[in-house]
Design a protein around this ligand. Structure first.
Ligand code: NAD
Ligand code: DAU
Length: 359
C-alpha cells in the first residue's frame, strides 16, 4: 500500500534532497511537497520528478489553514516532515520579520492543523502518524573550544534565526506533551552538498571562486562548524521517522569540525585543481577578511551518542570526499545556479506555479 509523506519546504536545499532520497529508495511512498516558493525555494531542484505519479507539488504556506485542510483531506498523509523555514542567519539579522512569521507562527499553525487532522484519524492510523520537525544545533548557542551539544544541552540561541527555531522546537514539544501529537525532532549541524542556495558559506565560496570574485570570510575565519553531507541527514531523518521514539529529540552531526578559513582554503585548492584560473594564480588570492557577523557563534559540535546508540547512526562521508563531490556538482550544474545568481528564476516560477490558496 502506498503511504503519503507531506514534506514542507521541499523546494529548498535539504527538503529537495530528502524528497529525492525517499522516492529513490522507497517505492511504497508518495510525497506531497508544500512550499511557498520564497527566494530560497526552487522547483528546478526537483524538475525531473514533475509529472511522475509519486510526486505532487503544491505551492502554499505552512501557515495557511485552508491549504492544509485541503491537503489532509486529499492525501491523508501518514507523516509530516517540516523543513519549511527561513534558514539564513545573515538575513535574520537584516530582516527578522519573515523568520518570526514562518518559523514561529507558521510552525504553530501547521501543528494546530496537524492536530485537528490527527484527532479525526481512526486509532490504527493515529498509531502510525508522525510529525517530524527539522531543527538546528544553533538552538543550543555557542561552544568554546571544548565540549559538544547533547539533547539535554539548555537552549541558548544567539541570532533571530536560532531564536525562532528554538521557539518552534518548544512549540512542537508542547503539542506533544499537552495535546498528545506524536512528534519527533532532529537538531542537525551544518549541511552541505547539491542544491544549496548560494548564500551559504560553501556554495557562495565555490561560485564566487568560479567567477573570480572576492571570497568574504567573516572576522578571522576561526569560527568552527561541524559539516555534514546532506544525504546523510536525509537518511537519518528517514530513519528517525520510522524508528525514532515518539516525543524524543535526536542530534545529528557530521563529526567534521573545521574552522571556516580552512573550509574556504580547501575549496580554493579544489578549484585550482578542477577549474584552474587562466592566469594560473591560486583561488586563495581571492580570500578577503570582512567585518564579523554580529553575535557570531564561535563553535558548534554535536555529540551523536544517542542517535548512534538507538538507531545505529554512522556518518558515511569524509569531509574531503563530500566537498570534492560538491565542488564537482556545482561545476557540472551551471544551469541550476546561474538563474539563482542573476535572480531571474523568481519571476519565472511565480508565474509558472500558482499558489493553491491565491490571495
Ligand atoms: P532553505 O532555505 O534552503 O529552504 C527552505 C524552504 O522552505 C524553501 O523552499 C522555502 O520556499 C520554503 N518556505 C519558507 N517559508 C515557507 C512557508 N511559510 N511555507 C512553506 N514553505 C516555506 O533551507 P534548508 O537549508 O533546506 O533548511 C531546511 C530546514 O532544515 C530548516 O528548517 C532549517 O532550519 C533546518 N536546518 C538546516 C541546516 C542547514 O545546514 N542548511 C542545518 C540544520 C537544520
Ligand atoms: O548549524 C546549522 C545551521 O547551519 C543551520 O541551522 C542554518 O540554517 C544554516 O544556514 C547554517 O548556519 P550558519 O550560519 O552556520 O551557515 P552559513 O553558511 O551562513 O555560515 C557558515 C559559517 O561561515 C559561519 O561561521 C559564518 C561564516 N561565513 C558565512 C558566509 C555566508 C563567512 O565567513 N562568510 C560568508 O560569506
Amino acid at each position: 500500500m502506498t503511504e503519503t509523506l507531506l514534506v514542507t519546504g521541499g523546494c529548498g536545499f535539504i527538503g529537495s534532497n530528502f524528497i529525492r532520497y525517499v522516492l529513490e529508495r522507497d517505492n511504497a511512498v508518495q510525497v506531497v511537497n508544500l512550499d511557498k516558493l520564497t527566494y530560497a525555494g526552487n522547483p528546478a531542484s526537483l524538475q525531473d520528478l514533475e509529472g511522475t505519479s509519486r510526486y505532487h507539488f503544491v505551492r502554499g504556506d505552512i501557515g495557511d489553514a485552508t491549504v492544509l485542510a485541503t491537503l489532509w483531506a486529499r492525501f491523508r498523509p501518514r507523516a509530516v516532515v517540516n523543513f519549511a523555514a527561513e534558514s539564513h542567519v545573515d538575513r535574520s539579522i537584516s530582516g527578522p520579520d519573515d523568520f518570526i512569521h514562518t518559523n514561529i507562527l507558521g510552525t504553530y499553525r501547521l501543528l494546530q492543523s496537524a492536530l485537528e487532522y490527527y484527532r479525526e484519524l481512526p486509532p490504527q492510523e493515529q498509531a502510525g502518524f508522525r510529525f517530524h520537525h527539522v531543527s538546528t544545533d544553533e538552538v543550543f548557542g555557542s561552544l568554546g573550544t571544548e565540549g559538544a551539544f547533547t539533547e539535554t544541552t539548555p537552549y541558548d540561541p544567539s541570532s533571530p534565526y536560532s531564536a525562532s527555531k528554538a521557539a518552534s522546537d518548544h512549540l512542537v514539544r508542547a503539542w506533544h506533551r499537552t495535546f498528545g501529537l506524536p512528534v519527533l525532532i532532529t537538531n542537525c549541524s551544518n549541511n552541505y552538498g547539491p542544491y544549496q542556495f548560494p548564500e551559504k558559506l560553501i556554495p557562495l565560496m565555490i561560485l564566487n571562486g568560479l567567477e573570480e570574485k572576492p571570497l568574504p570570510v567573516y572576522g578571522k575565519g576561526e569560527n568552527v562548524r561541524d559539516w555534514l553531507y546532506v544525504e546523510a541527514q536525509c537518511a537519518e531523518i528517514y530513519t528517525v521517522i520510522q524508528q525514532g521514539r515518539v516525543g524524543e529529540t535526536y542530534n545529528i552531526g557530521g563529526q567534521n569540525e573545521i574552522p571556516n578559513l580552512a573550509v574556504v582554503e580547501t575549496i580554493c585548492d579544489l578549484l585550482d585543481e578542477l577549474h584552474p584560473r587562466d592566469d594560473r594564480r591560486s583561488h586563495r588570492d581571492l580570500i578577503t577578511f570582512v567585518t564579523d557577523r554580529p553575535g557570531h557563534d564561535f563553535r558548534y559540535a554535536i555529540d551523536a551518542t544517542k542517535i548512534r546508540r538507538e538507531l545505529g547512526w554512522q556518518p558515511r562521508h569524509s569531509f574531503s570526499s563530500g566537498l570534492r563531490r560538491t565542488v564537482r556538482w556545482y561545476l557540472e550544474h551551471r544551469s541550476w545556479w546561474e538563474p539563482l545568481r542573476s535572480g531571474a528564476y523568481q519571476d519565472y516560477y511565480r508565474k509558472q506555479y500558482r499558489s493553491l490558496h491565491a490571495h
